[in-house]
Design a protein around this ligand. Structure first.
Ligand code: 6PG
Length: 232
């Protein structure tokens, strides 16, 4: 597995500011090189401060596509919706001009939802220029959980599927998630962590050669540079 670049900060505010700057710089380079940029972000509590820093940055946001790495199978107005989180904290001010692609569909079945979102993602320049992951204390990332089936985590190894419907037994809600393969294609893969406990879990996951938790499997498969941003 290629080297993981570990970036440690004295405070979560410093982390949020510096990570937002790194994301902004990567998006600007993508726009300069290809005329557009794409960003996939995770939900959860960790990224909120970074979103609030990123939304103040003066980029050509009208040339940026943004989507979620995963979302819970709830209405986008639900308090546990990752879409609500990014609309409240990221898709504001300068970022209002960006093209946001929702993972929410009105589909009645997982198969129909996956097909609809696969089609939507075709409109986003891929591979993602920046893809930001969080991690749960069980080593899950995106909605790829240790309890998930192999098909849920990686989809069929030879599949070109970018999206998978997941129904984790250890987490609330069914979910829609990018597949391991889609995540691994990112040009810049970022893992955003805070707290000593998560750092220990992350380091143990990477060191454990007998059981590869989803966070380790994603980093094993990543094709681009991998960066971990951490503060206590
Ligand atoms: C989700 C996220 C998930 C998240 C981790 C960490 O939908 O829950 O995509 O993968 O990144 O659970 O969440 P916290 O940042 O809240 O600890």
């Amino acid at each position: 597995m290629a080297e993981v670049n570990f970036h440690e900060y004295d405070s979560r505010v410093d982390l949020d500011i510096c990570l937002a700057r790194e994301v902004g710089a990567a998006l600007e380079i993508a726009i300069a090189e290809r005329g557009h940029a794409s960003l996939a972000v995770s939900g959860g509590r960790t990224p909120v401060g970074m979103f609030q820093q990123l939304r103040q940055m003066r980029l050509q946001w009208d040339k940026v596509w943004i989507t979620l790495v995963d979302d819970r199978w709830v209405p986008p107005s639900h308090t546990d919706s990752n879409e609500l989180l990014v609309r409240e904290h990221l898709l504001k001010y300068h970022v209002e001009a960006a093209h946001f692609v929702s993972l929410h569909t009105g589909a009645a079945s997982a198969e129909a939802a996956v097909a609809e979102i696969e089609a939507r993602l075709q409109a986003i320049p891929q591979p993602f220029d920046v893809l930001i992951l969080g991690m749960g204390e069980d080593g899950h990332t995106a909605s790829l959980f240790p309890c998930a089936s192999e098909l849920e985590i990686a989809a069929a190894p030879d599949s070109t599927q970018s999206v998978v419907a997941v129904n984790p037994s250890t987490a609330p809600y069914a979910r829609i998630s990018l597949t391991l393969a889609a995540i691994a294609q990112a040009r810049k893969l970022v893992v955003h962590l805070t707290g000593t406990k998560k750092r220990q879990i992350f380091e143990q996951a990477l060191a454990n050669t007998s059981q590869r938790l989803p966070i380790a499997r994603v980093l094993d498969a990543a094709r681009g540079p991998k960066h971990v941003y951490w503060a206590e």
